[in-house]
Structure formats: C-alpha cells, structure tokens
Design a protein around this ligand. Structure first.
Ligand SMILES: [Cu+2]
Length: 400
C-alpha cells in the first residue's frame, strides 16, 4: 500500500513545483495596503482585469528573503499581496476578466453575488475567463484561489498568497476605514500549517513587522478596520491601550452585523482562518501603540530564522510578523478621575531556593488583599481583579 501513497505524494509535489515555476514575465510582487480599489467604475458596473502569475515577494522589506509565490495582480500593474481589492458600493455589478498565467488550472473562490455561497470558478492554464456578479449587500468579503483541489487551510504554500479583499460599501455614508488582510507563507513540511520553514512569515497586507504600515490617528478619531484572515491558522488580534468594539463578523460570502447592544467590547478578538471581523475604536491618549497577534510565534522573530536580523533593530526588538504600529497624536483626555484616591496594591516578588531541584524560583504575592490563585502552587501568580474606570496604583517590589 505505501507504493501508491508515495507515488501520489511525489506527484502532488511535482505538480506543486511545476505550478510555481516563474513565467518569463514574472516580476516583483508588491505589497498592497488595500487603499486603492482595483478597476474602473462606470455607472453601476465595476470593470476590472486581473491576472494570476508567479513573482518574487519580499514581505520583510528589500533586504529580506525573496519568496516565489503565486499571486494576483491587476493587468498593467505588478502582482501584489494581498491581491487587488475589489471595492464598490451596494448595487454595483462586477465585470471581471481573469487571466491565468500560471502553468496549472486555477480554482478561484468567492467571485459571485454578495452575500451568498458559490461554486469556484475554474480557469485553465494560460486561459482567460469573464465573470459577472452583483454586490447586493454591504460587507467585508474576500476571494482566494488554489492550483490544487485543497481548501484554504491546506492549499500548497506557493498558493498561500492567492487572495484578496472584496468590500461592499453602503450606497451612502461609506465609512473611512482600513482593510487588513492576514496571510502566512511557510516553506516547511507540505500540508502542515506550521510556521516551521526556514522562510516562514506572517504578513498584514503583504508585509511583516517592521515593514507593516504605520497608521496615524488623532485623539478622538473614530477608527474602523476590517480584518480578513486568509492564513491557515487562527489569530488572537490584540489592541494595546484601548478597547475596541466588534461591529460585525463573517466569512467569504456573509457578514453578520451586530446590533449596538450585541457588539462585544474587547481588547482581543480571536479570528479563525477564512473569517472576517469589523472593529472600531477611538484613541483616547497620544502615543505609540500596537495591534498584533497575541500568539507569540506569529509575532516573534525566530532565532536564526529569516527574521533574526530584526533583533538588531531597537524599534523591532525581536518582533516580526503580525504587528501593526499606530501613532496617535493630539491632546490626551485627562485620566479618568472622579476625585477618588487610587486603590493602592502592593505586588511583591520573592525568590524561593530549591524550587526546581537545586534551582531557585520566583513567586509573586499581592500583599494585604485576598487575591485568588488558579492553583495551589506559586505559578501562575495571584489574579489581580480590577474594575474598569477605577484608578489603581500598583507598587512592585522584590524581596531577596
Ligand atoms: Cu496569530
């Protein structure tokens, strides 16, 4: 039995290799910040011409590794990661011509009426195909493709950047927003969705920290982001310094808008592969802030890996991947205060000899307060229960 299995494995690898051979016209793959909708709108028709090909993508900047990936581009412009954004208002019909310059048949998902599920569109190697579909409801959607019969999560890694955003704006009152597409490339073991390869990289809009966009806002702005996870793993997207509201969540063909009373107010939102969410927040204080995945391996520079050089950059400090820098300017609101004196807590760190065999360990205790612990041991430390809006002052000391 192993014979046919090995043969089919080798065959799938060979097909994989064939499909990523760059064509004679392949060039650099640019990053796409999703701020310029592709195509041309005339009346209620958006006409656009896209193509798929292989190019060289540098998610870690001009000095970083060059990765040969399949990607989408708009005819007359370079390939990009993510692919060109299809964006128009509700009631628009998309008239799309897709040329497949890859050496394998391409199956494209998501090119159909919004909202709604649909079958993939197949385009033979070297062929072009026209697709028309209406944008019937405002929302955050996307398209993705593969040269294999695999799904979004299991498609060959060379196909992992084949995708882009579809945004349908309301007829009136389109919000000022940013569209953030998360993707991942891994040249490790085929079929394994792990950032294990030598050039594993996570990207937001085609770039890995510190090459991701820097977003600038003023205190008091209303910020709205649409987050789309086209990578093969889940992420826990965390905003430093401020709560945000999750206004909507969806997938390739649907978006569920949440009524104001249903919207979660959070600092972290978990997003599965193939899912989307819309978040809004207001910067209340000036400063430099981050929006990042809270899964360490998705935001860290692996030792000795392609990102290792970032460790020498103070502003990057060993971070890579899914991190976005936000600069907020303007006068900050004064800290919340109703005249109450801050609640004062004292957190003490002590060394305990021989905790781990003959090695010492540290423990943290909250002095003078009944602080619950998750287990009877010293690790993890006490749970510090705080009340939102209540001023708190915590003194940290260590006792040798
Ligand atoms: Cu992550």
């Amino acid at each position: 039995m192993p014979g046919p299995f090995i043969l089919s494995f080798l065959l799938s690898w060979m097909l994989c290799l064939v499909s990523i051979v760059p064509s004679a016209t392949a060039g650099a793959v640019s990053t796409n910040d999703n701020t310029r909708p592709a195509g041309r709108i005339e009346g209620d028709v958006l006409t656009l011409r896209l193509f798929a090909d292989v190019g060289s993508w540098r998610p870690e900047g001009p000095q970083g590794a060059s990765l040969d990936v399949a990607a989408f581009g708009e005819e007359g412009a370079p390939l990009s990661v993510p692919g060109p954004i299809i964006r128009a208002h509700e009631g628009t019909t998309v008239a799309l011509t897709l040329r497949n310059a890859l050496r394998s048949e391409l199956r494209v998902f998501g090119l159909c009426a919004k909202p709604g599920p649909c079958d993939p569109v197949s385009v033979a190697a070297g062929a072009s195909r026209e697709v028309r579909f209406p944008l019937n409801a405002p929302g955050t959607y996307y398209y993705w493709a593969s040269t294999s019969a695999q799904g979004l999560v299991t498609r060959p890694r060379a196909d992992s950047q084949l995708g882009g955003a579809i945004v349908v704006d309301p007829r009136k009152g389109a919000a000022d927003d940013r569209v953030l597409v998360i993707s991942m490339f891994d040249d490790g073991r085929p079929g394994a969705c792990l950032p294990a390869g030598e050039h594993a990289v996570f990207a937001i809009n085609g770039a890995s920290w510190p090459h991701t966009a820097r977003l600038h806002y003023r205190v008091g702005d209303i910020v709205r982001w649409r987050v789309i996870n086209l990578s093969c793993v889940a992420h826990a997207m965390h905003l430093h310094g401020f709560f945000f509201r999750v206004e909507a969540a969806g997938d390739i063909g649907t978006e569920l808008r949440l009524a104001p009373g249903q919207q979660r107010t959070v600092v972290t939102e978990h997003i599965l592969p193939g899912r989307t969410f819309v978040m809004s927040w207001t910067p209340e204080r000036p400063g430099n802030w981050l929006f990042h995945c809270h899964m360490m391996v998705h935001m860290s520079a692996p030792a000795g890996g392609a990102h290792a050089g970032h460790g020498a950059d103070d502003s990057a400090a060993g971070m890579a991947g899914l991190v976005l820098g936000i600069q907020v300017t303007g006068a900050g609101a004064s800290p919340p205060s109703d005249g109450r004196a801050p609640r004062r807590l004292s957190l003490v760190m002590r060394e305990e000899p021989n905790r781990y065999g003959n090695q010492s360990g540290f423990r943290m205790d909250l002095e003078g307060v009944a602080a619950p612990r998750l287990n009877s041991g010293p690790v993890p430390g006490p749970v510090i229960v705080l009340t939102r809006g209540e001023p708190v002052e915590i003194t940290l000391s260590s006792i040798e």
